[in-house]
Design a binder for this molecule. Sequence first.
Ligand code: PEP
Ligand code: MG
Length: 847
Amino acid sequence: MQKFDPIPEYVEIAPAARVVTAEHGWKAKCLQRLVRLELPVPKSVALPADTVRAIAAGHPVDSAGILAAFGPEPLVSVRASPAEPEWGGPATILNVGLNANRHRLLTETHGREAADALCVRFIQKYAIHVARLDPDMFEDIEPGKGALGEVLKLYEAETDEPFPQDPARQLSDVLRSVARAWEGTSARLLRAAKGAPADAGLGLVVQEMTQGLGQGVSGSGVIQFVDSVTGTRRVTGRYLGQSQGRDALTAQEAMYLTRDPRGPSLEELAPDLFAELLRHGAACRIGLREEMQIEFTVEDGRLSVLDAVKVQRSARAGLKIAVALAEDGVIDKKDAVLRVEPRALSELLHHQVDPRAPRDVIARGMAASPGAATGKLVFTAEEAQAHAARGEDCILVRRETAPEDIRGMHSAVGVLTERGGMTSHAAVIARGLGLPCVVGASDLRLDAREKKITASDGRVFRAGDVVTIDGSKGQALAGAAVMLPPALDEAFRMLLSWADEFRDIGVRANADTPADAATARKFDAQGIGLCRTEHMFFDEDRLIVMREMIFADSPGDRAAALARLLPMQRADFVQLFEIMHGLPVCIRLFDPPLHEFLPSSREGMRELAEALDRPLSEVTRRVEALREVNPMLGMRGVRLGVVLPEIYDMQAQAIFEATLESARRGAPVVPEVMIPLVSARREVELVKTRIDAVAAMVRTRAKADFDFKLGVMVETPRAALRAGEIAQHAAFLSFGTNDLTQMTYGLSRDDAGRFMNTYVQQGVFPEDPFHILDVDGVGELLLMGAGRGRETRSDLTLSICGEHGGNPESIAFCRRAGFDYVSCSPYRVPMARLAAAHLALNDHVDS
Ligand code: PEP
Ligand code: MG
């Protein structure tokens, strides 16, 4: 193994010096790169983290040795240099070394006023940060002639010693105070929040001061070459004459950099200098392979580059920058893909509340579906539809939503529910629709009858009041918030197409409607992994036929109602197949308990009685009879398929006839038929026998052939445990982790929102298992099911279609377990594609 000498106490930053990011920090390394690029960087010395740690612990500092690099009258700044720029660090201290002698020299070169102002500023900073004096004591000092004398007097009075004149003593004290500030509790907490490890060290850079003051063009500024919010290339920044540090960013009188109708600019004042800055910017971009913000000073027309930091950026800017760098050949595609955080993509897909704008929060809940929308409050699905019909945006507020609210959700621009968790009805549907949604907002009081909500601070909002839903943050805001639009541009598409080149697990979408399918295609999903067919029955004209079917007194009546549903279903599937254009489509047979199609209110029952032309008492009685104590564990899924097989027969016929129709239209498809909520092999056998019979009947009638696949949705723990025998009859297994999580924990997915926060806060669960896959428990069932299934059938296709399918951590788990694909809400497809690419690329790097 190669042996290195121990890292010295400090090192001058020169092209060949040994400067190590892990020790000297990000800034020191960056400065070295700037030096190598031959940018005019003032002389700099780097102190590694070990030295800084020793200084904090009270070890003497060789400040005279450090200062020797800076000549007989040293004047330096001290800058923090942690290993990662995000970890922050103590503020820069300028002008260390200022003393009476240096003041005299400065007076000669820059004038008395400038010399005094610098000294006053330095002494105050020193007093506050090093001598730890109260900042208030300097409040009354007026800038100007007598200020320096006053500050010195105050300093002496408070510390019982004159202001130190020895630059070495000043530097030692500054280094010690900065080193200790890094060890303080609040600094630790702050950097831990940014992901810094507990033992993260701090490097420091001591840098020669360049003044930014003088007779000729002098000042300081900050320049960047790309817009921080949009990522488009344009020069932004500020320049302030006769200034130091980052004053230009805050001073009113600062200049623009490029020509600007609003005022004078550096480009006009000093075109050569401006051109030099552009050249340095271009050199940084290529040399550092990144968009940098440059901090610079100009002293009598001479430019110095003091620092360069990564341009701060929004998610959309980050993506655009990464793609532009790759397109220009500065980085490769892999790098570009890895530079974009998958979760950040959701910011690009939807409107967002502008992070710079103020927010008036009236309720907090779970961030169930990302994006933001503003509209008038409505409290029923009907009102939502009425608003949509008038072209007015509305926010639907419900205690929780039920299938009968779906049309209202389609009509709303955002949804807020008082109850519910991450996989509650409202959350799942909203994600599918790409609708901003906040669920479980239990700190607001909903009065559905009075049509008002009361915020925890007592403010009341009524129907028609304007609110904003921020589904990315889980907040409801009063009024119309300032928004940023989505950014689904060419750069977005380009990055994802590169991601597809690297990933090794498929990504499909959960799509129930033609609109969902179109969204899935737009985001380049590789097919539909879950089409929840029951959602097709909620349109008004279908719902009534559905209800007739449910109320049928005899098999004949039921067959008649199903015969009316058949062409509607067939048309749905033809449309889906056409949109998906040959990509696989996995259709789940009917799943929910039947009572979900029946009204719950008296008013609804009355309307139903009218529509069915039956007495209200009979309708009420039948609805009552269908009610179950525990419907999610009751007569639903394959249990319905076994007890009322005609429903699945009708669906299978519709799927197969649509398959033939699509083939005729030139969009051949091999449909995948999926049986939900299986817990026993016999269930699959029974359904399979009937479906095979329906297929044979359709083939015979049409005198045409087609292929299809039959598979099983693994949503009960028993199905996972018995996957070996279930796989005998299934070409694929798709894990429905919403129900599987619910049943593994014995935890209602619709009621979990009530206590999930407490559970997570108290560490009972590390995360909401409906949100992040519980790899220990549910994950074990997945592994068992996958393993046992593949033992029976090595070509068994494995996938996940619960909400976890769009979650990067869950995708990692499924990929490790050898799954073929994940399927998630259409709007999560881009994130899943990118996350999958990251996993493949990182594996490659690790191995
Ligand atoms: C599941 O249970 O994981 C699933 C995808 O089905 P649903 O959410 O429709 O119950
Ligand atoms: Mg399910």
